[in-house]
Design a protein around this ligand. Structure first.
Ligand SMILES: [Fe+2]
Ligand SMILES: [Fe+2]
Length: 438
């Protein structure tokens, strides 16, 4: 396949009929080429827009120069990735899987996030330390893509990931560091059941799809980070900053993620849901920014009137979420229901003794139950003005009793118990001085 002549083209994101459309407009000499059926291609490597060659082939039948990203309304990133993959397979049928893994720099963890696996059980709820994977670490450091032509011969590690890749029958792979706004965010993995599938020509051909995937993930991250950032600014201007430390939020959001991840198989959850719980648990108490200092910072017991006022942080939080969703135009963001449920339901107990709605078991969304357990676990294992930090054993014993009484979700508590070692690492990494962790 000859390289052909290349032309630059530019990208525009437009909204049309409630759908996000990524439009590629040719520049200069490329315009003339568009009258023919074209092949879109991009230089390999994430984050760079491609070039238009005058070779003959167009993967987006009936959609010349337009790549329709299905609307984000009610569609999660997983669904949008599946749509992108099916477009890609029209042009390059040999690509059997596209996946994104996210990087958590605080814990040095690479985590499965979204994937479109055509056949078989996808790899889910999987994470590993990037520093323990030298080949991927080298890709991150060098910012370079990697092609593996023969997985059986070239991938020799005994990691769960490698075993899974081989068990699925993948024979070749293409891995690209995911860069967004100059930051390393994770990796994009493309796999094929055909050895040597990722020839230079194929790599060039799939570049545009890789760039679109970077764009999709980047848009999602930008939106969510703007939302989280705006709430954190509001929090920093109030006394909530003193009452609820950043360390508490770091720990409890990671406990939430730990629990959600532990439920993936038994509850049929997606990694995308796990990440939403992780991110949105940070905002569980946003309503407290509206509670007066006299109540929020009161030392000693609250009167029943003050307790009612304190409990109103849940309703205030729900109002804030609604306002944020309107102000940021976030109703289209997948997972926004998870945020709503976390904020509205994190003080409900399964036996109806919680607040404010006294919901019972099945009426309390799973994400709210997860955050409730994570929040209580952190409250018990950390030092507060009125108490010393409990050990993990003491905390778990109490929480198991609460689960037996029908207040807490027993599955969530069991996951914490089964993952004590990981919970301990979180406390060690984000704990305040003096917290016991055994
Ligand atoms: Fe709360
Ligand atoms: Fe909390």
């Amino acid at each position: 396949m000859s390289e052909g002549k290349t032309y630059a083209f530019e990208k525009r994101i437009i909204m049309r009929g409630g759908r996000t459309i990524c439009q590629f407009r040719p520049r200069g000499g490329a315009r003339a080429a568009l009258s023919r059926v074209c092949r879109l291609s991009a230089a390999p490597g994430a984050g760079r827009l491609g070039a238009l060659t005058d070779k003959v082939h167009h993967p987006f039948e009936g959609e010349p120069t337009l790549i329709m990203l299905p609307a984000s309304r009610a569609l999660g990133l997983s669904e949008r990735l599946a749509a992108l993959h099916s477009h890609l397979r029209r042009a390059v049928p040999s690509v059997d899987r596209m996946a994104v893994a996210l990087y958590d720099p605080e814990m040095d963890l690479l985590k499965t996030f979204v994937n479109s696996t055509v056949d078989g059980e996808p790899l889910r709820a999987y994470q590993y330390k990037l520093s323990e994977c030298p080949s991927l670490l080298a890709l991150k450091e060098g910012g370079e893509a990697r092609v593996i032509d023969d997985i059986a011969r070239e991938l020799t590690s005994d990691s769960e990931h490698t075993r899974w890749v081989k068990s699925m029958g993948y024979r070749a792979s293409y891995t690209i560091p995911l860069m967004h706004q100059g930051m390393f965010e994770g990796f994009i993995f493309l796999d094929s059941c055909q050895p040597g599938a990722f020839t230079p020509a194929v790599v060039q051909e799939i570049g545009i799809y890789v760039n679109l995937l970077v764009l999709m993930v980047g848009q999602e991250m930008t939106t969510l980070r703007a939302l989280i950032g705006s709430v954190q600014v509001a929090r920093d201007f109030t006394s909530l900053r003193d009452e609820e430390t950043g360390a508490h939020l770091e720990r409890m959001s990671r406990f939430s993620r730990l629990i959600a991840r532990g439920l993936v198989r038994s509850h049929g959850l997606s990694d995308e849901f796990v990440e939403q719980v992780f991110l949105f648990s940070l905002l569980h108490d946003i309503g407290k920014v509206g509670i007066p200092d006299s109540v929020l910072r009161k030392k000693g017991a609250l009167t029943s009137e003050e307790r009612r006022e304190m409990q109103s942080h849940v309703a205030l939080g729900s109002e804030m979420v609604d306002r944020l969703v309107n102000d940021f135009g976030l109703s289209a963001v997948a997972g926004i229901a998870v945020l709503r449920n976390v904020v509205a339901g994190h003080h409900e107990f399964l036996d109806g003794s919680g607040y404010p709605r006294k919901l019972r078991a099945g009426d309390i969304p799973l994400e709210a139950r997860i955050v409730t357990v994570a929040d209580i676990f952190d409250a018990l294992t950390s030092k507060r003005a009125y108490k010393e930090a409990w050990t993990m054993d003491e905390a778990l014993k109490t929480m198991e009793k609460m689960a037996a009484e029908g207040k807490l979700d027993a599955d969530c508590v069991a996951v914490l118990h089964a993952n004590r070692e990981e919970a301990r690492k979180i406390i060690e990494r984000f704990g305040e001085a003096g917290s016991p962790v055994v």
